[in-house]
Design a protein around this ligand. Structure first.
Ligand code: ASP
Length: 327
């Protein structure tokens, strides 16, 4: 009887410890914000979108929902906004199409899902999640990913849904400089607006997700880091990361996983681990960008080596914060 009571007490303690984690949510809306492009009107709208995404995701966490649901919800808000390079408002490929990539990872189970090169999916993050939950696969691309989407009941949207005049103009500008042979002008400025989220739920479980249209003027079929598990997105029991930046370099650095590995195996704080990859390693290779990274204790960091990175978080007291430039 006494043993039973003790077992019961121990179970109760475990249960309360399991629900004790303070929820955390951190999001980004892409690195590569150009200081000169940031008009007060644009800043206001972007801030409102980031706040709406934080509210949507944090609402899930506060009500005891999962980190997976929180990152999905936050990203859907940003995909639906025309101001970010994901879902509506995605950048254009060289031949004038929108090709969308996304991925999601559940830190508690190491399950993951990803899609790349889709043209008719309103919320690519939800398709990445469906690949994880409703298929035996992790990563599906192009027509196969869209056929799978139809088979699990996704509604297809006309590709025109993703178009915004601003993105179209950006492509035309880049094509003009390319025609003039200004190749050096490309690269640094043509990626931004990717969206991502990392969350810690009350059960102490982490999740991460990322969604993007990639880089303006990319050749069709080009896939960046965002849908690649380990490069643009990674989560395990101790760490969750979503990246944004020049995808080719983030892939080569296996950035998201490398940050988690440095944190877990080398005992580095999440801040130090992310700094080593984003600030010390990737710029040395010639790349740029940033990450949001969160550990299982709720510590997080948002390093970047561009002018700015749209970002926001909800602190331990439930207060919403949004930031754009480095200062
Ligand atoms: N990382 C994305 C890509 O290379 C772009 C970005 O984050 O802005 O596709």
């Amino acid at each position: 009887m006494r043993k039973l009571t003790l077992t019961f007490l121990a179970a109760m303690l475990t249960a309360s410890a399991a629900t004790a984690a303070t929820p955390m949510l951190v999001i980004h809306g892409g690195a590569g914000v150009i200081r000169a492009d940031l008009t007060p009107e644009k800043e206001k709208l972007v801030r409102a979108d980031l706040e709406a995404a934080l509210k949507a995701g944090y609402g899930v966490l506060k009500n005891g929902g999962t980190s997976l649901d929180a990152v999905s919800k936050a990203i859907v808000v940003l995909e639906d906004s025309p101001r970010f390079n994901a879902g509506k408002g995605a950048v254009f490929t060289h031949d004038g199409r929108n090709e969308l990539d996304s991925s999601i990872m559940d830190g508690a189970t190491l399950r993951a899902g990803a899609v790349a090169g889709v043209h008719h999916i309103k919320n690519p993050v939800l398709l990445a999640r469906a690949v994880m939950e409703k298929s035996p696969h992790v990563f599906m691309v192009g027509e196969g990913a869209e056929a799978f989407a139809r088979s699990v009941g996704f509604e297809m949207v006309d590709p025109a849904y993703f178009r915004t005049d601003e993105r179209w103009k950006q492509l035309q500008d880049v094509l003009k400089s390319e025609a003039k042979g200004q190749k050096a002008a490309l690269g640094r400025m043509i990626h931004y607006g990717t969206v991502g989220a990392v969350a810690l739920d009350q059960a102490g479980h982490l999740a991460a997700a990322t969604s993007t249209g990639g880089m303006t003027n990319k050749r069709y079929g080009r896939v960046g880091d965002s849908p690649i598990i380990g490069a643009g997105t990674y989560a395990n029991a101790k760490c969750a990361v979503s990246a944004t930046g020049w995808g080719e370099y983030y892939i080569r650095a296996v950035a998201a996983h490398d940050i988690c590995a440095r944190h877990e195996y080398a005992g580095k704080s999440i801040e130090q681990a992310a700094k080593e990859v984003v600030i010390d390693l990737i710029p040395g290779l010639g790349g740029d960008g940033g990450v949001i990274a969160l550990d299982a204790q709720g510590n997080f960091t948002t390093p970047f080596n561009t002018d700015g990175m749209y970002r926001g978080w909800v602190d331990k007291d439930g207060k919403i914060h949004v930031a754009i430039l480095a200062d």
